[in-house]
Ligand binder design. Structure first.
Ligand SMILES: NC(=O)c1ccc[n+]([C@@H]2O[C@H](COP(=O)([O-])OP(=O)(O)OC[C@H]3O[C@@H](n4cnc5c(N)ncnc54)[C@H](OP(=O)(O)O)[C@@H]3O)[C@@H](O)[C@H]2O)c1
Length: 241
């Protein structure tokens, strides 16, 4: 089967103001897709829109608020008349042992990573059902497959995403909705630097690049509609266990 042509499709992306989401926006526009970009830092989204041109719409949104996800979906229809896929990418990490982080840090992370995955999907699914199909690609993590030291609660949020995707695949596949999970290892973004690294540290150069993960997301979306990618786990060749 030939790969699917993304030209003319519209894709919503959460967390598009930085890192993997931003790289995914660039990669999708290069494929001819239109994108609707959501994040809290609107100025960053506007800068990206100025770089990428007319095929880009932006909205200021917080994935913890269900209404904001509905606005993202509405914006896709208002600007481009359709929504074909959703990349659920926004997420945050907090590092430390189970007793090291504050209650507030943990609540914010669980809300952003778990509820912030559910709300955009709930906003898009009714439209996908009306259209007879659609794609959801969740950017989870290898931490959601095998846990990770010093980030157990983060790993729990990523396991939640993988579990959600497995359940949704069973629920929605027959209705034409493909739900895929991309699980990257360490990726050189601001998120990774939040772990105490700085841009000049050698560890960062050995990580995946956000463009690598973006390429995986694009490849998942390009699969012919006769098949679905359930889970793509990827790590830098330099990353040990
Ligand atoms: N970097 C890694 O090593 C790595 C590895 C595996 C998986 N991941 C996953 O990849 C995804 C993207 O991470 P990244 O590395 O690209 O991090 P990043 O560079 O820090 O970007 C995170 C993005 O999420 C957005 N975001 C955070 N909280 C949000 C909220 N409440 N509402 C809306 N947007 C929000 C941020 O935008 P605003 O701040 O402007 O809202 C930003 O655009 C995350 O889900 C992360 O768990 C990352």
């Amino acid at each position: 089967m030939p790969m699917r042509d993304l030209n003319g499709l519209t894709v919503g992306i959460t967390g598009a103001s930085a890192g993997i989401g931003k790289a995914t926006a660039r990669a999708l526009v290069a494929e001819g897709a239109s994108v609707v970009l959501g994040a809290r830092r609107l100025e960053r989204l506007e800068d990206l829109a100025a770089e990428l041109g007319a095929k880009v719409a932006v909205i200021e949104m917080d994935v913890r608020k269900p209404q904001d996800s509905k606005r993202l979906v509405e914006e896709a229809f208002a600007r481009f008349g359709r929504l074909d896929a959703l990349v659920v990418n926004a997420g945050i990490g907090a590092y430390g042992g189970i007793m090291d982080l504050s209650d507030e840090q943990l609540v914010t992370m669980m809300d952003t990573n778990v509820a912030g995955t559910v709300w955009p999907i709930r906003a898009a699914v009714p439209r996908f059902l009306e259209a007879g199909g659609g794609d959801v690609v969740i950017v989870a993590s290898v931490a959601g497959l095998r846990g990770a030291g010093d980030e157990a609660v983060y790993a729990a949020t990523k396991y939640a995403q993988v579990g959600l995707a497995g359940g949704l695949d069973r629920e929605l596949r027959e209705k034409g909705i493909r739900v895929s999970t991309v699980c990257p290892g360490g990726t050189a973004t601001e998120f990774a630097m939040g772990a105490g690294r700085t841009p000049d540290m050698p560890g960062l150069a050995d990580m995946l690049r956000p463009e690598d993960v973006a390429e995986a997301v694009v490849t998942v979306l390009k699969q012919p509609l006769t098949m679905r990618t359930l889970l793509w786990s990827m790590r830098s060749i330099k990353e040990a266990d």
